[in-house]
Design a protein around this ligand. Structure first.
Ligand code: SF4
Length: 278
């Protein structure tokens, strides 16, 4: 397999994802989120094209078992600004729709709505990340990504088109976005599923926070005490649960299924990532 690979959740012992494949139409991501977990990839914030992508994608798809679940993308965004003119992801969708697969799109961009015509013909669901409601906060933590309102409008447009939609309300960032998380959920009370989680830290992620929110990094050094896997630091379980509890309670009131990403908390939904909707 060239570009469609079994999903490797950063070797996290807390990952609850169903078996799935991962496919990234682009290498790197120019959204520049300060909390990005994928920056172990060299020169990550420089968007690059993949060599011979379409031919190799077809070759990979031919080898997949029927009904395979593909997540696009886990280590980049399939809808960077450049996609508007390049249409690489769109071409990949045109190829994928001819195969017996289930597709989970994971993005932070409203450009995905351009492809509703193709998505409507496929077995798919779309997951859009919204971490905060204010443009000011978004410009600091996700400087090059579309505005939160545009992402929320995209979720609505997809839902209205009959495509299952998932709100990725994560990461919830202590002292920064915890007060905004519920506002995001209120604005997205029509979604089919919510995935939430708290911020995990690695050394490079902490260094990026330090550059933008100097005083926060000091507080993080105090509360991020637990090491999980090789390189991630977590807050203690009680603290993480306290951050997510208002979201859990509101999802229950609204009757929206919810789950967590790499938290180790139990949930009732049929999948964490929302793939049960496909
Ligand atoms: S959109 Fe995702 S992959 Fe891209 S920089 Fe942000 S967190 Fe990383």
């Amino acid at each position: 397999m060239y570009y469609v690979k079994p999903f490797d959740p950063w070797k996290s012992p807390l990952c609850t994802c169903p078996p799935k494949y991962s496919f990234n139409p682009y290498t790197g991501c120019a959204h520049n989120c300060i909390y990005c977990y994928a920056t172990y990839i060299p020169r990550f914030h420089r968007l690059r094209l993949k060599r011979d992508l379409f031919r190799k994608l077809k070759s990979d798809l031919r080898k997949l078992p029927p009904n395979s679940l593909i997540s696009m993308s886990n280590s980049s965004d399939p809808y960077p600004q450049a996609e508007k003119s390049l249409e690489i992801t769109r071409r990949c969708l045109e190829i994928m729709r001819d195969y017996d697969i289930r597709l989970l799109i994971v993005t932070k961009s409203d450009i995905v709505t351009r492809d509703i015509d193709l998505l409507s013909e496929m077995r798919c669901a779309v997951s859009i990340t919204v971490t905060c409601i204010s443009d000011c906060m978004a410009s600091k933590i996700e400087p090059n990504a579309p505005k939160p309102k545009d992402r929320i409008d995209a979720l609505k447009k997809l839902k209205d088109a009959g495509i299952p939609v998932i709100l990725r309300l994560d990461p919830v960032i202590p002292f920064l976005t915890e007060s905004e998380a519920l506002k995001v959920l209120e604005a997205c009370d029509f979604v089919d599923h919510v995935v939430t989680s708290t911020l995990k830290l690695r050394r490079d992620i902490l260094a990026r926070f330090e550059r933008v929110f100097l005083e926060l990094a000091e507080r993080y050094r105090i509360i991020y005490t637990e090491r999980v896997g090789k390189s991630y630091y977590y807050m203690p379980r009680e603290l993480r649960f306290k951050l997510l509890k208002p979201i859990i309670e509101r999802c229950e009131e609204l009757g929206i299924s919810y789950a967590f990403c790499r938290e180790g908390f139990e949930f009732k939904a049929k999948s964490c990532d929302g793939s049960h909707l496909i």
